[in-house]
Design a protein around this ligand. Structure first.
Ligand SMILES: Cc1cc2nc3c(=O)[nH]c(=O)nc-3n(C[C@H](O)[C@H](O)[C@H](O)COP(=O)(O)OP(=O)(O)OC[C@H]3O[C@@H](n4cnc5c(N)ncnc54)[C@H](O)[C@@H]3O)c2cc1C
Length: 366
């Protein structure tokens, strides 16, 4: 049986970040991924936004890791010469009764340590982004966009350069605990691997990996729900300078259908949010009208100006009706599984937090 110091499950942006970080302090790391390449799931189906940290309640992991992750990510992009734009974002009040929500977000952002926030008038918002209608806005200069694929490619390269073994097409199918070690079996191979440190970065399947170790998802409130988010694109506008978001959805399950801009200047809208039973990235046109109704509130657009783009699925712990759930990032020693590090419910702002999550994981390994 092969023996390694650390096994990381999942080569999304989180698993790759953890691998890169730990490669500076451990010699023998194995990163296993069931697909034939990195980032085939959540990490390549999202808005690619580097969030600021204004939305999350104070002192939560989401708030702390987002503010820290934002700074770490910009430094990483700069140092590695990767493309990004610190474009800033406007959160707009579409109706007057939404103005107090901007104040709340402003106060929350300040208490989370987000810098340079500014409440601006509708006139100033119009000067910044002339196409958008609003009654006033919150300007968030530290928000930006990046090319997530390039970030993951770089993390893969740096990890391998530091000796991490990345094994694609390798799906963990069973985990057995023996004393303080974990013995892993794989779907299509009959070899086994033993490790003292096991890190679960399996995204949409992370509750299943945790169950393989022996942790009951129902009892521990670790059961993941799948929440789909679709995008619709347009070619009517191009090269919009800033991200523009409405105020967040009052139910708290998403940020509201907003603009998504990429580094080529293309514009799309989304993601919406609805719970689904299975992981299926097919789209039909059911939500076309919903998108049209939302977008026309802040931008001049016709029904036929927008068409289906792509979609992603959120790994959510938050149930329908629940206001907020934080990330679970836990060394499960208190449950009897020392150095089994669980990462569950890593939804947005998980991209932004990838490097700060990796730092946090390193600190909780014993
Ligand atoms: C629609 C949408 C929009 C978003 N927008 C943003 C945004 O703008 N900004 C932001 O900060 N965050 C955003 N997020 C959140 C962000 O994308 C995620 O938090 C992040 O990508 C999660 O990465 P991950 O590595 O945990 O998961 P993944 O990228 O899904 O990686 C998990 C990997 O584990 C592998 N795996 C699973 N089971 C096994 C097994 N048994 N054996 C081996 N491998 C296994 C999977 O194949 C997968 O590759 C968004 C998410 C969604 C869905």
């Amino acid at each position: 049986m092969e023996e390694v110091d650390v096994v990381i499950v999942g080569a999304g942006i989180v698993g790759l970040s953890v691998a890169e970080k730990l490669s500076h302090s451990f010699d023998n790391i194995l990163l296993v991924e069931k697909e034939d390449s990195f980032g085939r799931h959540i990490s390549s189906r999202n808005s690619e936004v580097i969030h600021s940290g204004i939305y999350y309640p104070k002192n939560t992991l989401k708030a702390k890791l987002c503010v820290k992750g934002n700074e770490l990510l910009y430094n990483f992009l700069e140092k590695n010469n990767l493309p990004y734009k610190k474009c800033g974002k406007l959160i707009i009040a579409i109706q007057k009764n939404e103005l107090p929500i901007l104040d709340e977000l402003y106060q929350n952002g300040i208490s989370n340590g987000v810098k340079n926030l500014e409440i601006i008038s509708s006139k100033k918002a119009k000067e910044i982004e002339p196409l958008f209608k609003s009654c006033g806005a919150l300007f968030v200069p530290s928000t930006g966009i990046m090319d997530t694929h390039k970030v993951m490619k770089k993390l893969e390269f740096l990890s391998e350069q530091n000796g991490v073994l990345i094994s694609y097409n390798t799906e963990i199918s069973a985990i057995q605990k023996q004393d303080d070690e974990y013995i892993l079996s794989f779907k299509s191979d009959d070899f086994q691997v033993k490790t003292k440190i096991l890190i679960n970065c399996a995204g949409l399947w992370s509750d299943k990996i945790s169950e393989m170790v022996g942790i009951n998802s129902e009892k521990n409130d670790y059961k993941l729900l799948f929440c789909k988010g679709e995008y619709y694109k347009t070619t009517k506008y191009k090269d919009i300078k800033h991200l523009v978001y409405p105020v967040p959805d009052p139910k708290g399950i998403f940020l509201g259908i907003h603009t998504r801009i990429n580094l080529n200047g293309e514009l799309s809208f989304g993601p919406n949010a609805y719970y689904v039973d299975k992981i299926d990235y097919q789209m039909d046109d059911s939500y076309h009208q919903e998108f049209y109704e939302s977008v026309k509130n802040f931008l001049e657009i016709d029904f036929d100006d927008i068409s289906q783009d792509d979609c992603g699925i959120r790994a959510k712990l938050q149930k329908e009706g629940e206001k907020f759930r934080d990330f679970v990032i836990s060394n499960e020693k208190n449950k009897g599984f020392p150095n089994f590090i669980n990462l569950i419910g890593i939804e947005s702002p998980g991209l932004t937090c990838c490097l700060s999550i990796a730092e946090y994981v390193e600190k909780i390994i014993e």
